[in-house]
Design a binder for this molecule. Structure first.
Ligand code: FEO
Length: 174
C-alpha cells in the first residue's frame, strides 16, 4: 500500500510524462507537416515512449492500492520556429522531469517507501539517457547550422536514433 503523499506525487509524475507525450506529438506533427519526415518519426516514437513511461506509473499506483488519475492536459504549442527550438524544449522538459524524479526519490526516502524508491530507479536511469540524447542532438544541430545538406542528412539519420536506447532498457513493458 502506498501512502497518499506518495500516491499524489506519483500522480503528478503521470501529468509530466503524459504532457511530454502530447508535447512531443505536437512537435512530430509540425515536423511531418513541414517536410521533416525523419525528425517527425523520431518524435512520434519519443511521444510513444513517454506514454509508456506514463502507463508504467498507472499500473504501479493501482497495483499498490492507489488510484492513478488521468490529468487534464493543457494544449501544447502547435507552431515552432524550427528544429533548434524543438530540441531546446525537449531538453528543458527532460531536465525538469529528471529534477522531479529526483525529488520523488528523495520523498520516498523521507517516507521510508523503499518499494517505490526501487520502482523509480528505472526512471533515474532513463532520464540520464534521455537528457544525453537531447544534448547530443543539440550538439549536432549546432554543427549543422544553416547547412541545408547537413539538415537533409540529419533528417535522414535521426529517424533511427534513440530507438534502441531511449525507453527500452530495463523496461518490462516493451
Ligand atoms: Fe519520460 Fe522523457 O521523460
Amino acid at each position: 500500500m502506498i501512502s497518499s503523499k506518495i500516491e499524489e506525487a506519483l500522480n503528478r509524475q503521470i501529468d509530466l510524462e503524459g504532457y511530454a507525450s502530447m508535447y512531443y506529438l505536437a512537435m512530430a506533427s509540425w515536423c511531418e507537416a513541414n517536410g521533416l519526415g525523419g525528425i517527425a518519426q523520431f518524435l512520434y516514437h519519443h511521444s510513444d515512449e513517454e506514454r509508456e513511461h506514463m502507463l508504467k506509473l498507472f499500473h504501479y499506483i493501482n497495483d499498490r492500492g492507489g488510484h492513478a488519475i488521468v490529468p487534464a492536459f493543457s494544449a501544447p504549442q502547435k507552431d515552432f520556429k524550427g528544429i533548434q527550438e524543438i530540441f531546446e524544449i525537449v531538453l528543458s522538459h527532460e531536465v525538469k522531469v529528471s529534477n522531479e524524479i529526483n525529488a520523488l526519490v528523495d520523498l520516498c526516502l523521507q517516507e521510508k517507501d523503499y518499494t517505490t524508491h526501487n520502482f523509480l530507479q528505472w526512471y533515474v536511469t532513463e532520464q540520464i539517457e534521455e537528457e544525453s540524447l537531447a544534448r547530443t542532438i543539440l550538439d549536432k544541430l549546432a554543427l549543422i547550422g544553416e547547412d541545408k545538406g547537413g539538415m537533409y542528412l540529419f533528417d535522414r539519420d535521426i529517424a533511427t536514433m534513440g530507438i534502441n536506447t531511449g525507453g527500452g532498457k530495463g523496461s518490462h513493458s516493451h
